[in-house]
Design a protein around this ligand. Structure first.
Ligand SMILES: [Fe+2]
Length: 139
């Protein structure tokens, strides 16, 4: 049986052990809460759009979901200050993921070496040095 959202959140909050938590624990809780909020707000926006259409309330949840990503970044950055092993572990993980990403793209990945602006219809696409784009079709 699905729980009422308010009851589920309240239960989760009251069951958190903050008495024995470290700074790392608090920051990980913050990251986890923000990540959960991103999923929740998008789920709520989907539901509002399904039931009421594309109305401002749905837009507000989508917008707020995007803002939560910034909060994740704030907590992650602070976590690096209090857990020195975290930075090293994240860097190693990022490197491993990049190897997988680059291997999967192979020759189809283009590294932008200087700024390029492509104007088409009402849009201008700006690619900056260091950007990577995937080539999906070659002539
Ligand atoms: Fe937040």
């Amino acid at each position: 049986m699905k729980k009422n959202l308010y009851e589920a959140v309240l239960q989760a909050i009251t069951e958190i052990d903050t008495d024995n938590a470290t700074l790392e624990d608090f920051l990980r809780m913050g990251i986890s809460a923000e990540q959960s909020a991103i999923i929740l707000y998008n789920k709520i926006a989907d539901s509002i759009e399904k039931n009421y259409g594309y109305i401002p309330t749905a837009q507000l949840f989508r917008h707020t979901s995007e803002e939560e990503k910034e909060h994740v970044g704030e907590f992650q950055r602070m976590l690096l200050e209090v857990d020195f092993e975290e930075a090293e572990a994240q860097a190693e993980g990022a490197e491993e993921a990049e190897e997988i990403i680059f291997d999967s793209h192979g020759d189809d990945l283009l590294f932008i070496e200087q700024e390029v602006a492509i104007a088409q219809n009402n849009y201008t696409l700006i690619l900056e040095k260091g950007d990577k784009i995937q080539i999906v079709k070659k002539r």
